[in-house]
Design a protein around this ligand. Structure first.
Ligand SMILES: [Zn+2]
Length: 90
């Protein structure tokens, strides 16, 4: 992951902690290599009652980015797309 995908986009929506956790579980299951990547590149964030959701910037992807934690090396939220499985910083 490069810093070039560090976006400053406005959030698209928000979701409850149970929605976030369920979507993240489903996404990690659908993309077998993703869990290890998330673990190595992020640290768990605080479990907020609600978390922001962003639109995925991957071309032709209609997915949404869900918070998976905080990036290890920069001050940013580490997000995972529920559709294409790419990771982005927000
Ligand atoms: Zn996507």
């Amino acid at each position: 992951m490069s810093s070039s995908n560090l976006g400053q986009n406005y959030p698209y929506s928000s979701e409850s902690e149970s929605e976030r956790a369920a979507t993240l579980d489903r996404t990690l299951t659908a993309h077998p290599d993703l869990a290890a990547r998330v673990q190595s590149e992020s640290i768990p964030g605080p479990r907020e009652p609600r978390s922001w959701v962003w639109k995925c910037p991957t071309p032709a992807c209609a997915g949404l980015l869900h918070a998976a934690g905080f990036a290890r090396n920069v001050r940013a939220v580490y997000t995972v797309c529920d559709t294409c499985g790419q990771t982005y910083l927000r």
